[in-house]
Design a protein around this ligand. Structure first.
Ligand SMILES: NC(=O)c1ccc[n+]([C@@H]2O[C@H](COP(=O)([O-])OP(=O)(O)OC[C@H]3O[C@@H](n4cnc5c(N)ncnc54)[C@H](OP(=O)(O)O)[C@@H]3O)[C@@H](O)[C@H]2O)c1
Length: 227
């Protein structure tokens, strides 16, 4: 019989990256609690078809702004991968409500639920956009953990996605310092590869558009300004 490794929660389990995280955890014998916003929606059907999903995957309805729903999903888990965050592929009319709040307040709400549930370690998926948008960083100097995107510059240039990821990651570290929660962040660049889900996410749209000879959606994803 296969030994179960442990119980881990993945927020945004049905998205592009979240689905891959769930797949890898299941294939490494973890029991997975995945959060989705609309359980029963056909866009999550692929999750139940993953190997070992029938026994080891449980989906929970949770919004990252809803503390109680997160607690239900996180209770009993030793680790959490916080993947859920809005990744717009078009201009958003209300960036504060649609992008920044779910990213920043959502991350803090997840972290609070982790403290409540005595989670041992949380991996917060940040982004290279939390690092790269800093016009004052010396040219040629390697951008490392000391380099953060300039929030004022992000706001002035309407880079709402970059602002959301920068604020979310820095608030996550502040929260970790105050609470003692073990928080690790990762900052991927553009992630490309096979899609497990039936819908097309923003970074895959960039690739599709580039293959079709366009550049617009790449610029839109990176800068959130009309091109
Ligand atoms: N793809 C990349 O190139 C890339 C690069 C760097 C960092 N990242 C980061 O990786 C993470 C996943 O991105 P992705 O490319 O996989 O995008 P995605 O496919 O659009 O997935 C985003 C996920 O976030 C969830 N979500 C959004 N708002 C939410 C809310 N208010 N409450 C609960 N869930 C919410 C969505 O849930 P629903 O399914 O319910 O809509 C979806 O599952 C994000 O944190 C993103 O910033 C991605």
């Amino acid at each position: 019989m296969t030994q179960v490794t442990g119980k881990v929660c993945v927020t945004g389990a049905g998205g592009y990256l979240g689905s891959w995280v769930v797949k890898h955890l299941l294939s490494n014998n973890y029991t997975v609690h995945g959060t989705v916003r609309q359980p029963g929606d056909a866009k999550y059907a692929h999750l139940n078809q993953l190997e070992r999903a029938s026994h080891n995957l449980q989906l929970f309805k949770a919004d990252v702004l809803d503390y109680d729903s997160l607690c239900s999903a996180i209770t009993g888990c030793t680790g959490v991968f916080h993947v859920a965050s809005p990744v717009p592929s078009t201009i958003v009319p209300n960036p504060q409500e649609e992008v920044i709040e779910p990213a920043v307040k959502g991350t803090l709400t997840v972290l609070k639920a982790c403290v409540e549930s005595n989670v041992k370690r949380v991996v917060v998926v940040s982004s290279v956009t939390a690092v790269s948008l800093n016009p004052r960083w010396p040219v040629g100097q390697i951008k490392d953990e000391a380099c953060w995107s300039d929030k004022e510059y992000c706001a002035a240039t309407k880079n709402w996605y970059c602002l959301s990821k920068t604020e979310a990651e820095s608030e996550a570290f502040e929260f970790a310092k105050k609470s003692g929660l073990d928080v690790v962040t990762v900052c991927p660049t553009l992630i490309w590869g096979p899609l497990l889900q039936s819908t097309i996410n923003a970074s895959s749209k960039v690739l599709i558009n580039l293959l079709k000879g366009g550049l617009n959606s790449y610029l839109c994803f990176c800068t959130s300004t009309p091109t």
